[in-house]
Design a protein around this ligand. Structure first.
Ligand code: DGJ
Length: 746
């Protein structure tokens, strides 16, 4: 790992054993980009990469000098309006209305480790020798605004972190209108663009298309990262698959309005911009003030998409997630929501807890409905200091009773929102986000508190701290059920209203930071009507998140599959729910529901007290198996094997760090008549090891070589494949699933 600067060519070579990232201060003082990809040693200078051409209709940097045109070179930090007509990484609006700026090289320093980003989530180092950071200082001469580009190279990961720290060193205020975290000009357009899109109940479905001339993007304009698009994309070469080929992944560590955009220009150069969405963003920077952008993380892989995802999993799991729960196995829980919704009572909850405890479940989570007058979703939201009358002995007594059943107790909150019909609204209507003299658009009967205001954060911190101190609460499910409309902050002057979305997110992060610091052993799970804010920003505060409100096992395969491209299994909140499923009415077996939910943090969300003894028995076995294997299910190396977006069968696997244990999840949507033979080639095993295969399908109880399992494959053909099988010997049916466990014998 190292960051080298060649004084004579003014070239920076950032590298580790995986990749090289090369940039150069061009003859006009601006930083130009030369290369990002597989590690190269080079022979000193990479100047030959600065290809130049004198083209008709070019706009040149200087008069009577045709050597440099800004539209014809690759940039590191492009501004608009000086001959480069592509979308910029930075726009500074000045008091006279001008938006022209030019950021030129001033100086650089290299520091070991990685600086903390003030008020923002980011990857981190535990030891100085884990990373090196280049601080590249640039300045716009006319406004005096400086930009420090921060690049961190990690020793152990093919990952690069990039953010920008602006400082107004001038005499007049300016407004940042584009302040992108990362911009990268790639020399060609030969990529497939992979995005993870959806809606409520079908979050992060994989969508792919070939990069084309012009602009393609994903973004959020809703105030939260959203169900609709995720702040993560992949560019892969057309022939790249899960196991081979080049891929770049880009994740923005941010939970608010984002933009990830690729612009392919006339000469096939692809400009990637990643950062806060400039749409409705404008940040006033007074002289002497600083603005820090969120961090973007780029991962390079030359060995396929699984390897790219594993890098994200490793770095996010160990250098983004923090604290007590980072490496700890997560408790098996029972959540009250789908079992009871608002119809809760202490008696019902304790009956559920007792039954759960007998099944070996470790925590009861009391979801929505426990506070104020919250007997439905029209009222009570915001009244965190009052317990609902259906829990007459209060939360502390309930938590004690749950603990006496040898379980932990967790609770649901939605601190950012409130109902009109709540004490909080009656007392502090002025804290609600609304535009003067305009109506407010409700969503789920809720309105939004202005988290950009210090007094709102202080209030929420106090009321939630009191709640957490008042009872033995081991877990918090932090929900958020609407986006922001009629945005306006009553505490900001007119020329600062463009800051309101970002200030909201900064307030959210501050609240999380204060609460997680004060209650380090409480496990936080983020949620936003399912997966409406499942992003890397929140992973810094809450190590796990509820993936989706769709608990149908088969549909969830797609959600888990799409999510796995960026996020680690330890962050997946998965529950087994009732059949027929509440969202789809689909009937699936208890074992299929558990076999899907097992890959992640595991729980149940159903009324166990209504189940037959055989079903409870099955749950006992599932919970026991989950506890024995959760190190693998939550922290193992994950491989996607077969995609639910491509065929009838989905398969994936996890492998232990020593590669001696593995679990394969196999799932089939519809049964087939007279089906072909099937086998799946496994990944990540030791070729020379002999593995005992245990599971419910063919090849169960065989001992097979790692080489056989990877190069020939695990046979998964049903006994019914030839169509002539007697019914009593037939297996499966629709929505079938199996888990195969492999254990090395040598
Ligand atoms: C939306 C969440 O996604 C659900 O799991 C549940 O907590 C409800 N909110 C409660 O209102």
């Amino acid at each position: 790992m190292g960051i080298q600067f060649d004084e004579s060519s003014r070239m920076f070579h950032l590298s580790n054993r995986f990749y090289s990232y090369i940039l150069k201060i061009m003859e006009n003082g601006q930083p130009g980009h030369l290369y990002f990809g597989k590690h190269v040693k080079g022979n000193g200078s990479f100047d030959y990469l600065s290809e130049r051409a004198e083209r008709s209709m070019s706009h040149y940097y200087r008069e009577n000098d045709y050597s440099l045109t800004l539209e014809g070179v690759m940039h590191e930090f492009p501004a608009y309006g000086n001959g480069d007509f592509r979308h910029p990484a930075v726009t500074v609006r000045q008091q006279n209305g001008s938006t022209i700026s030019e950021f030129e090289y001033v100086s650089y320093t290299v520091t070991s480790g990685k600086p903390k980003l003030e008020g923002l989530p980011a990857t981190y180092c535990e030891k100085e020798d884990e990373a090196e950071t280049l601080h590249l200082k640039l300045k716009d001469r006319v406004t005096g605004v400086s930009a420090e580009l921060l690049y961190t190279v990690f020793r152990d990961y093919p990952a690069l972190a990039r953010s920008v720290r602006f400082m107004n060193e001038g005499k007049e205020p300016v407004w940042l209108e584009d302040a992108m975290s990362f911009s990268l000009d790639l020399p060609d357009q030969d990529y497939e663009w992979m995005q993870f899109s959806g809606a409520w109940g079908r979050e992060r479905f994989l969508k792919e298309r070939r990069l084309a001339k012009g602009i393609q993007s994903v973004e959020s304009t809703r105030g939260n990262s959203s169900h609709y698009q995720n702040p993560f994309i992949v560019l892969r070469r057309p022939d790249t698959n899960e196991q081979t080929g080049e891929a770049f992944g880009f994740s923005l560590i941010y939970s608010g309005n984002f933009l990830i955009q690729a612009e392919v220009d006339a000469w096939d150069v692809t400009r990637l911009l990643i950062g806060i969405n400039p749409f409705h963003f404008s940040w006033k920077l007074e002289p002497g003030k600083i603005f820090q952008t969120p961090e973007a993380v780029a991962v390079y892989s030359d060995s396929g998409l699984n390897s790219m995802s594993q890098t994200f999993h490793n770095i996010f799991r160990s250098r983004l997630v923090r604290g007590y729960w980072r490496e700890r196995p997560r408790p098996v829980l029972i959540n009250s929501w789908e079992a009871m919704e608002f119809n809760i009572s202490e008696e019902k909850l304790l009956r559920l807890a007792k039954c759960a405890s007998e099944c070996g479940i470790e925590m009861l989570v009391l979801d929505d409905g426990w506070f104020g007058k919250r007997s439905n979703d029209h009222q009570g939201l915001g009244d965190w200091d009052a317990v609902r009358d259906c829990l007459p002995d209060g939360i502390a007594a309930l938590a004690d009773k749950v603990e006496r059943l040898h379980m932990k107790f967790g609770i649901w909150i939605e601190p950012e929102m409130l109902n009109r019909d709540s004490e909080l609204f009656r007392k502090h209507e002025d804290w609600v986000i609304r535009t003067p003299e305009r109506r407010m658009s409700p969503c789920r009967n809720e309105f939004v508190l202005d988290l950009g205001r210090c007094e709102v954060i202080d209030y929420l911190y106090d009321v939630l701290s009191k709640l957490l101190c008042s009872a033995k609460i081991s877990y918090i499910k932090w929900d958020m059920n609407r986006s922001i409309t009629e945005l306006y902050s009553a505490v900001l002057p007119g020329d600062r209203q463009g800051e309101a979305f970002h200030r909201y997110i900064l307030g959210l992060y501050q609240l999380y930071e204060r609460l997680t610091n004060r209650f380090p052993e409480v496990l936080f799970e983020s949620c936003a009507s399912g997966g409406g804010r499942f992003d890397a920003g929140l992973l810094y505060y809450s190590p796990q998140g509820w993936l989706s409100d769709d608990t149908d096992a088969m549909e969830r395969l797609k959600i888990q599959y799409g999510t796995s491209f960026c996020y680690p299994l330890s962050s997946f909140g998965n529950h087994v729910s009732m059949s027929p499923n509440r969202q789809l009415l689909r009937k699936t077996s208890l074992s299929t529901r558990a076999n899907v939910a097992a890959f992640g943090t595991f729980g149940y969300e159903m009324d166990l007290t209504e189940l037959a003894p055989e079903e409870l028995n099955e749950i006992k076995i599932q919970v026991k198996a989950m506890k024995e294997k959760r190190d693998l299910f939550q922290f193992g190396t994950f491989f996607r094997l077969m995609s639910p977006f491509e065929g009838n069968i989905t398969a994936w696997m996890v492998v232990s760090p020593d590669r001696k244990r593995a679990i394969i999840g196999w799932y089939r949507f519809m049964n087939e008549v007279n089906a072909p033979f099937h086998r799946i080639r496994l990944m990540g095993l030791i070729p020379d090891c002999r593995y005992r295969v245990e599971g419910s399908g063919p090849q169960n109880e065989l001992v097979l070589g790692g080489d056989e399992l990877m190069y020939i494959g695990l046979i998964t053909t049903d006994s019914s494949a030839n169509g002539g099988c007697p019914p009593e010997e037939m297996q499966g049916g629709d929505f079938d699933s199996r888990l195969y466990c492999l254990t090395a014998e040598n």
